[in-house]
Design a protein around this ligand. Structure first.
Ligand SMILES: [Zn+2]
Ligand SMILES: [Zn+2]
Length: 139
């Protein structure tokens, strides 16, 4: 059973237990990647995620300076996951690809310097970051 998939279902991910590290990222790259005002990623141990299908890789240099490898479906174009070179043990999964309204809320909100003014990431446990030091956790 797929735990995350692209729009058309050609690329699927089998995931371990619920992520405990969900991050909202307001960087412009995530805005462009998603077509949405911000990106949200659920991070998992890389070795615990099984990818099925043949996603295409797109590599970019992140705002933090490290490279990020994005994996997207060549049929429907959805990004399903990514790996950041400065986070080699983790894989980020697009929260939208989980299609699970019970996915935990973000615990970190990063690159807020490019956050749309109307976007509010709420919650007492949320850590808000404007600095590039936040990049250590995502990209
Ligand atoms: Zn697809
Ligand atoms: Zn980002």
């Amino acid at each position: 059973m797929a735990d995350a998939q692209c729009s058309c279902g050609a690329v699927t991910l089998a995931l371990p237990e619920q992520s405990r590290l969900v991050v909202a990222c307001h960087c412009l790259d995530c805005q462009r990647r998603t077509g949405a005002p911000f990106g949200a990623g659920a991070f998992y141990p890389a070795e615990a995620v099984a990818i099925s299908g043949a996603p295409k890789e797109f590599t970019r240099v992140a705002a933090s300076g490290g490279k990020v490898h994005n994996y997207f479906c060549t049929n429907c174009g959805s990004t399903v996951c990514w790996r950041a070179e400065n986070l080699p043990t983790l894989i980020g999964v697009a929260v939208g690809a989980l299609a699970d309204p019970d996915c935990p809320a973000p615990i970190r909100s990063i690159f807020e310097q490019s956050k749309h003014g109307w976007v509010q990431i709420e919650g007492t446990a949320v850590q808000h970051f404007r600095q590039s030091s936040a990049a250590k956790i995502s990209h």
